[in-house]
Design a protein around this ligand. Sequence first.
Ligand code: CAA
Ligand code: NAD
Length: 302
Amino acid sequence: TAKYCTTNDGKEKNISNVTVIGGGLMGAGIVQVAAQNDFDVVIVDKEDEYLQKCMVMVRKSIDRITKKKFPDEPKLASKFVNDTLNRIKTEKEPSVGVANADLVIEAITENLDAKWKLFEVIDKAAPKHCIFTSNTSSLPIFEISKVTSRPDKFGGLHFFNPVPLMKLVEVVKAENTSQETFDTLFQFSKDLGKIPVACKDTPGFIVNRLLVPYMMEAIRFVERGHANARDIDTAMKLGAGYPMGPFELADYVGLDTIKFIVDGWHKNNPDNPLFNPSEMLNRCVEMGKFGKKNGEGFYKYT
Ligand code: CAA
Ligand code: NAD
């Protein structure tokens, strides 16, 4: 029942056109997975340079997937790559990018004002039936939806990095999200080959509420001088079975994104020590060390 959204004239329609806004780490992965699963996708970002960078990420990742999927079938492999890439269009103007969208997935920088500005613009340009979602890591979905005329058609769709590999999607039902919208998003996540879980609109949903304080605690560990980052990473991989240690993971997620998350939570909950800011993290971000995505964070990447 849930695979449909209702159009202006009351007819039910499959979600087929997906617009992803923000072609960074997450947006690139979401675009790829949607295109691989037969959705027509428009990717919107601010500059040609970012759009090109996004398409490079998509191509590299598809190549890795394709090598695994079709190891001895070069014809099928190149058809898969071409079909996927042919389903993707790029666009700089958000209002143009959403004009035919059935579903919008916002994956821009983790900043409420920026998200509000964007949603105000696209609310006027997108079809009435179009469902809006945010991939926010930490902001309340209801708060983001307030600037639109469609909070009932607004939900959270939270993917995990790297999107092509991570199976989970947290589907967030906020105060005003209708059951129909929630069901559609749940089914859409399955159509992408993911495993959805239902989440309430609480800070960090499930995963980040546990993972972000854990990464911050690891940073504070080093600040106290009780161990170094490399040893903590080794310890958590070999002693707790995590695929990455907390510093590798922080670099992978993006130190700027983690700082946005923690600062926001600290502002709203100043008495919760789990959300205290960290000098070391602030310094890294001040120096432009955002992690793996720009070459240096706690570690250096070539
Ligand atoms: N696209 C396509 N394929 C990829 C890929 C990508 N982006 N990244 C890795 N792969 C493929 C590789 O090609 C490789 O394939 P082969 O096995 O055929 O060689 C395979 O995946 C394994 O890759 P690696 O050997 O490089 O690395 P790995 O075995 O260590 O696995 C990992 C990589 C899946 C990222 C693993 O380290 C992991 O699970 N790390 C933890 C990630 C995590 O916790 N993510 C959540 C972050 S929190 C978040 O996202 C929420 C938020 O709001 C902040
Ligand atoms: P990123 O910095 O890699 O990418 C953000 C992209 O958005 C950039 O390409 C930027 O040019 C673009 N952008 C910014 N403002 C824009 C606007 N107004 N219009 C169009 N494009 C705009 O960030 P990211 O890591 O991909 O994170 C994106 C969102 O996903 C954030 O809300 C973040 O919290 C969330 N998220 C991140 C992770 C992670 O591990 N990094 C995981 C899950 C969710």
